[in-house]
Design a binder for this molecule. Structure first.
Ligand code: T3D
Length: 265
């Protein structure tokens, strides 16, 4: 598939996916969603990939849904938009692809992340933003709710009081405060951002991939489990990982007092 709205490249185990409609602050269109599905399926199929970096071109990360997109999914009965279709067709598959990806994910938030753009960042495992970036739950300004997993990710990351304030008042949350509140992992000086993202991607690409992904799955499963269920759930993953080559390598490297060489297996 030829990409017109994203840039996708794989190098040294790092897949970089750049939302590339800078004039429209990288807002999502139906066409962009189709390209994202294709690129994420390539990441899933390419065993050389050990980490995904998702970022935006230009001054924004992503301004959410392109409100002017004439995508067929948005038109429906009686001339009224059927936004539920857009969620089912585009946003739900995007979040599920990110959550089910077989490699860890980094949202490199280079500028404002608004609406579904903010939710997609939060669907990644680590969110790193420039100091000048901000997060905006833009939905209430246009009569919608935080979708794309927003109502799931926000309270889990910052608690109900802050999630409710962010969602209802739709004030911009600067990156530094987002880090202070635990919405994101780190806010980085703008001029140090590219180097920080590269270092982090290289670090994750050299780690035991399966353990990182099972960590994501266990963390997200926990709210739906009792403690007893979660202990068993963890036990299942521990059993599986205990049979993995990367576990054998990690223990061998520790015993031999050397750096491990993980393969992601
Ligand atoms: O189908 C559905 O609707 C369902 C899906 C819903 C999920 C959602 O994401 S709902 C939320 C949608 N997003 C928004 O409501 C955010 C709208 N954008 C803004 O509020 C502002 O653009 C920002 C706060 C993000 C940035 O403000 P600023 O002043 O830095 O930039 P700007 O001048 O507003 O935008 C620059 C250009 O990008 C401008 O185009 P122009 O006039 O230069 O040709 C603007 O129209 C365009 N743009 C920004 N966001 C969007 C957009 N165009 C279409 N859709 C956008 N979301």
């Amino acid at each position: 598939m030829e990409y017109k709205n994203i840039i996708f490249a794989v190098e040294a185990g790092v897949a970089r996916l750049t939302l590339n409609r800078p004039d429209k602050l990288n807002s999502f269109t139906g066409e962009m969603h189709a390209e994202l599905r294709d690129a994420l399926d390539r990441v899933q199929a390419d065993t050389s990939v050990r980490v995904l970096v998702l970022t935006g071109a230009g001054r924004a990360f992503c301004a959410g849904q392109d409100l002017a997109d004439p995508d067929m999914a948005r038109t429906a009965s009686g001339g009224m938009p059927d936004i539920g279709n857009v969620v089912e067709k585009n946003y739900k598959p995007l979040v599920l692809r990110l959550q089910n990806l077989r490699v860890p994910t980094i949202a490199a938030v280079n500028g404002i992340a608004a609406g579904a753009g903010a939710s997609v960042a939060l669907a990644c495992d680590l969110v790193i933003a420039t100091q000048s970036a901000s997060f905006l739950q833009a939905f209430s300004k246009i009569g919608l709710i935080p979708d794309t997993g927003g109502t799931w990710f926000l309270p889990q990351r910052v608690g109900m009081a802050r999630a409710m304030g962010l969602a209802m008042l739709a004030d911009k949350l600067p990156a530094a405060k987002a880090a202070e509140w635990g919405l994101i992992w780190e806010a980085v000086a703008d001029d140090a951002f590219a180097a920080r993202i590269n270092a982090l991607a290289t670090q994750l690409a050299g780690m035991p991939t399966k353990a990182l992904v099972r960590t994501r799955q266990a963390m997200h499963a926990a709210p739906g489990h009792t403690l007893e269920q979660q202990l068993s759930f963890e036990g299942g993953f521990m059993r599986e990982l205990g049979w993995s080559p990367d576990y054998a390598e990690g223990v061998a490297a520790f015993m031999e007092k050397r750096a491990p060489e993980f393969t992601g297996e």
